[in-house]
Design a protein around this ligand. Structure first.
Ligand SMILES: Nc1ncnc2c1ncn2[C@@H]1O[C@H](COP(=O)(O)OP(=O)(O)OP(=O)(O)O)[C@@H](O)[C@H]1O
Ligand SMILES: [Mg+2]
Length: 251
């Protein structure tokens, strides 16, 4: 596959004066940012800040009302959607799986792209997302929310994306599964897959990410290294950004 202007520099995405508007409502407003391709990038901010909308813009599920988004220095409006779909995997906040087995769901993309998987390969893929081999031929119907999340992640990984956009991928998982997924994400990143993750968990942000985009009310408040973020703000300030999650965690 030809990849436009690949790796001329470290720039993965560049957003210039992005707005996304529905009717009168500016959901994202005047966002300018570079996302470079080293390390995992975290997107954080309170509920309703525009995080999921931001991810959807990056893989062209929606288009900006204003501004430009560049992917590897090329204007995304000039990149065919199917190239974007192949290169940039999005695991959405609410998993969408079609009826059928997990295997059928996972193989949907690879069939389009003529990527071959043996059952053994698929079992290894399931392991990476903390699912046992017994899941391979199970029907999607009846899966728990956390299992659906993991199947969605496996389905994205099966396409061998260059970039992985993850919208709260561990929000319904127990600590063990979360740990396995985080290990997988770190490994994938080391292997060269670029990862942008929306998370409500400060601990996860600290464990996984190298840099942070902090959104609030549709605006980019900060783009900052994770180290600097945690040294710049005291913990009470950071908690106040995430009030709703902290309250939940204190339950
Ligand atoms: N298509 C749409 N039409 C109308 N409003 C929308 C649309 N998409 C998003 N919004 C609104 O824009 C705001 C940002 O939504 P978004 O889903 O991006 O937030 P978020 O930061 O991901 O929140 P959460 O942490 O709860 O997932 C919300 O108030 C949402 O209701
Ligand atoms: Mg969201």
């Amino acid at each position: 596959m030809t990849t436009p202007n690949i790796e001329k520099n470290n720039e993965l995405f560049k957003l210039v004066n992005i707005a996304f508007q529905v009717g009168e409502n500016k959901i994202l407003n005047d966002i300018t940012a570079d996302i470079n391709s080293s390390g995992i990038t975290g997107i954080i901010g309170p509920s309703g800040a525009g995080k999921s909308t931001f991810l959807r813009l990056l893989n062209k599920l929606i288009s900006p009302s204003e501004g430009k988004i560049f992917y590897k220095t090329q204007d995304t409006k000039d990149i065919p959607p199917q190239i974007i779909r192949k290169e940039i995997g999005l695991v959405q906040q609410r998993p969408f799986l079609f009826n059928g087995t997990i295997k059928e769901n996972i193989l949907y993309g690879p069939k389009i792209w003529a990527i071959e998987y043996s059952d053994n390969d698929l079992i290894q893929l399931l392991q990476k997302v903390a699912l046992g081999k017994e899941f391979l031929n199970r029907q999607v119907e009846g899966l728990s929310g956390g299992e659906q999340q993991r199947v969605s992640l496996a389905r994205s990984l099966a396409n061998r994306p260059y970039v992985l956009l993850l919208d709260e991928p561990t929000s319904s998982l127990d600590i063990n599964s979360e740990e396995i997924i985080e290990t997988t994400l770190k490994q994938l990143n080391q292997e060269g897959i670029k990862i942008i993750i929306v998370t409500h968990s400060l601990e996860q942000t600290e464990r996984l990410t190298e840099s942070i985009l902090f959104l609030r009310e549709g605006k980019l408040i900060e783009k900052i290294s994770t180290d600097n973020f945690f040294s710049k703000y005291d913990i009470n300030e950071i908690h106040s950004f995430f009030k709703e999650k902290i309250t939940e965690e204190k339950k």
